[in-house]
Design a protein around this ligand. Structure first.
Ligand code: PDD
Length: 287
């Protein structure tokens, strides 16, 4: 008899819940995205959907009805009725007995969770400490894939050092991004961040930081940053959907901006909050 064992239980294979045979579990064969809401409104919905479509396309998951995905997300958001929430969703290639190649007719699996976010975010007041970690990821970090082992290992190492985030650096000693965030330095009044490319995720927060820089007349420079430059920067901040802009006050034990969230970072935080407010009325609904 072909069978599976789930924890302590033996289950005949033909009775097994297909969720156990998800290629996402076997291979990380799927893509995800994370959006959030502020005060009952989803922020940057279309940006996240566009990135999700890109990720799907890049790993060859085809035939997904994106309109149906939009509707599912909005419906779930309405049902959850949480003002400040995180919306996580993924699509995997589907469920099948473990085999590296796949059947093109496989049915994709969709999964979504909606969970609370704490608002206001207490760590935004004090800022956070970060530390560097070698970037051990694959060469297509522009795809928001479910393969996150190097990210979670780096994050764990950072937490063991009482740091909030691991800042990843490549073989040339240049920073790519955080294990789950975009990374920015403020040097001589300019905001500097890694150029978009296969080495980093096209962060939605980064997109808005760039727009804010333009509006504020701040020079936004897209170039690789060295670890030494980051450790001696005037200010540092992270960008991630769940926290938007988050000041960094320590990098590898080097104190940044007198251990306080810097003034340029605060300007960007305030401008970001204004964008969030101004966009609240133009968000999608079920109708
Ligand atoms: N991660 N870079 C990486 C590697 C990320 O995982 C994330 C976000 C970002 C920031 O992207 P955005 O601004 O679009 O949130 C950059 C999410 C939130 C996660 O994996 O949970």
């Amino acid at each position: 008899m072909e069978l599976a064992v789930v924890q302590e239980k033996i289950i005949p294979l033909d009775e097994l819940n297909p969720a156990y045979l998800d290629r996402g579990t076997f291979f990380g064969d799927g893509v995800y995205d994370v959006m959030r809401s502020y005060s009952g409104h989803i922020f940057a919905f279309d940006d996240h959907i566009a990135r999700f479509e890109y990720s799907l396309r890049e790993i060859g998951i085809t035939g997904v009805d994106i309109e149906a995905i939009r509707r599912k997300i909005i419906y779930a958001f309405d049902q959850a009725n949480i003002d400040d929430c995180m919306i996580y969703f993924h699509i995997t290639r589907g469920s099948a007995l473990r085999s590296h190649d796949w059947d093109s007719n496989i049915e994709h699996n969709f999964f979504l969770t909606i969970t609370n976010l704490i608002s206001p975010d207490p760590i935004k007041k004090t800022g956070v400490s970060v530390c560097s970690h070698q970037d051990l990821r694959w060469k297509r970090c522009d795809i928001k894939s479910l393969n996150l082992l190097p990210n979670v290992m780096a994050k764990r190492k950072a937490h063991e050092k009482n740091c909030f985030e691991a800042i990843l650096f490549d073989s040339d000693g240049n920073i790519t991004e955080g294990s789950s965030s975009a990374f920015f330095a403020v040097i001589d009044g300019c905001v500097i961040t890694r150029p978009l490319g296969p080495e980093i995720l096209s962060s939605v927060t980064r997109k808005y930081v760039k727009l804010i820089a333009r509006d504020l007349g701040v020079n936004f420079i897209e170039r690789p940053l060295t670890l030494d430059e980051a450790r001696s920067a005037d200010e540092l901040f992270l960008g991630v959907t769940t926290r938007d802009i988050l000041g960094v006050v320590e990098f590898d034990s080097a104190v940044i901006s007198n251990a306080k969230v810097g003034p340029v970072t605060r300007l960007f935080e305030d401008a970001y909050a204004k964008i969030v407010k101004s966009r609240s009325s133009s968000l999608p609904s079920l109708s």
